[in-house]
Design a protein around this ligand. Structure first.
Ligand code: UD1
Ligand code: CA
Length: 472
């Protein structure tokens, strides 16, 4: 039987006080809607329909071809929202999962358990419920004497007795698709908010003699709809705990999970150790046996095995096996390091390809460069890649030695095994095995130091008597 999903994402999300649509706010690096779409896919929903309204263009462009979108031009309630999917799937035979776009903590296992219960009970509708300490604002689950769900009452429509119920509607459901759309046609808006409530479908189906099943999640976080920034931070914390636990279960050591921030899409190999203050974002992939942090901030980068990254920032970088990075290195987009490279303190790389075993240990900038293997950069050596208008490339052959404080003025090529002497400013290519020196010859003047000091002392005394420096 076909499995479909309808995701509700048309509401304004007023309490976020944001220019960004609510469901596009990220939780652990992924928009809430992205979490929900992933869950729908993992629960086996072949066809997913997103109901868009406020911020429809932004939501549509985020969804792309992952789901179909239907416009709910006016937000007349959750029931009215689902009804908009009728033109696409109203006539289909199958099971439809309805999820709110603002419940990022819902788990695929939970949807699967609901679907199982739904099929086992032969239910027309199966709803997700949770018992929460503070049910304020949420729909209450009304059960009959036999314990079965009869209907849902929204907070604002509750009697004082109903307000005391702590079992709430989590806003996630499985429906027999045909019965869902039939019942939606009967939903009225005669309630406190004047809206067409999806929750009324439960009562309508129950009254028609259909079976209503319920799956109560032991984890109320799954039911938490994010409506404001406070709930957003809470969702972020809970998601972070979940992500960290998943990595630890898979063999990653996290020294202090409280101060380790790993985005949902990050992959980490076993026996890697993550030190505190580390932030791993986007599509970052880290191999086995690495030491990451303290204070590593890594985004969309691919790190091999056995790599050390301490106190450093990496963005769109590729780091081969066994490299050591930092402390205080900055690898910018296009930094590609083969195995065994060493990048030390206060080194910046940008669009630079480094061969195996190459070392840039201290105080360097290497940009727009193609560097061979086993090259050594002395302290403070830099590429001069920009003239204010153009970016130019520096090429360095295998085993070349670049002395300290060398300026390589691009475009320039340094051949294999060449030796560039410290302090040189190199403007012409250097052939393989040649030595290049480009600096003033040194002159030593005997006894001159004392002369200089005497001159400086005299100047200071004149100035303190208010006579001026005698210079202009
Ligand atoms: C809803 C449920 C409530 C449940 C709670 C769980 C209804 C009537 N109530 O209340 O029982 O306890 O979720 O979080 O369903 N939306 C649209 N179009 C609309 C209205 C809403 O797409 O016309 C979307 C919103 O963008 C949001 C979702 O539906 O993603 C839920 O709407 P919201 O207004 O947040 O419902 P709640 O009041 O939280
Ligand atoms: Ca909500």
């Amino acid at each position: 039987m076909e499995r479909m999903a309808v995701v509700l994402a048309a509401g304004l999300g007023k309490r976020m006080k944001s220019k960004r649509h609510k469901v596009l706010h990220p939780v652990c690096g992924k928009p809430m809607l992205g979490h929900v779409l992933d869950v729908a896919a993992e629960a086996g929903c072949g066809r997913t329909i997103v109901i868009v309204g406020h911020g429809a263009d932004a939501v549509r462009s985020y969804v792309g071809d992952r789901a179909e979108c239907v416009l709910q031009a006016e937000q007349l309630g959750t029931g009215h929202a689902v009804l908009q999917a009728g033109e696409l799937i109203g006539g289909e035979e199958g099971t439809t999962v309805v999820i709110c776009g603002d419940t990022p903590l819902i788990r695929p296992e939970t949807i699967r358990a609901m679907l199982e219960e739904h099929e086992r009970a032969g239910a027309a509708a199966t709803m997700l419920t949770a018992v929460v300490p503070d049910p304020a604002g949420l729909g209450r689950v009304i059960r009959g004497k036999d314990g079965r769900v009869e209907r849902i009452v929204e907070h604002r429509d509750c009697t004082p007795d109903e307000l005391r119920i702590t079992e709430i509607n989590a806003g996630t459901y499985c429906f027999d698709n045909r019965k869902l759309f039939e019942a939606l046609g009967k939903v009225k808006n005669d309630n406190a908010q004047g809206e067409y409530y999806l929750t009324d479908v439960i009562g309508i189906l129950h009254d028609a003699g259909e079976t209503i099943a319920a799956y109560r999640t032991p984890d109320p976080a799954e039911a938490a709809g994010v409506n404001d920034r406070i709930a957003l931070a809470e969702a972020e914390r809970l998601m972070r705990e979940r992500i960290n636990r998943r990595h630890m279960e898979a063999g990653v050591t996290i020294i202090d999970p409280q101060t380790t921030y790993i985005d949902a899409g990050v992959e980490i190999g076993a026996d890697t150790v993550i030190w505190p203050g580390t932030i791993l974002r986007g599509r970052t992939v880290i191999g086995e046996d690495c030491v990451v942090g303290p204070q590593a901030d890594i985004t969309d980068s691919v790190i091999g095995r056995g790599v050390t990254v301490r106190h450093s920032v990496l963005l769109e970088a590729e780091v081969g096996d066994g490299c050591t990075i930092g402390p205080y290195a900055h690898l910018r987009p296009g930094s590609k390091l083969a195995a065994g490279c060493r990048i030390g303190d206060f080194v910046e790389l940008k669009n630079a390809k480094l061969g195996e075993g190459t070392k840039v240990p201290h105080l360097s900038y290497v940009g727009d460069a193609i560097v061979g293997r086993d090259v050594n950069f002395g302290c403070g050596a830099i590429t001069v890649n920009y003239d204010g208008y153009n970016k130019s490339v520096t090429e360095i052959g295998d085993r070349a030695f670049i002395g300290s404080n060398v300026n390589l003025i691009a475009p320039v090529k340094i051949g294999e095994d060449a030796y560039v002497v410290a302090g040189s400013t190199i403007t012409h290519d250097v052939k393989p095995n040649d030595m290049a020196i480009a600096r003033e010859r040194q002159i030593n003047k005997e006894g001159y130091a004392e002369k200089l000091r005497a001159r400086a002392r005299a100047k200071k005394e004149r100035l303190s008597r208010g006579e001026g420096s005698g210079e202009s």
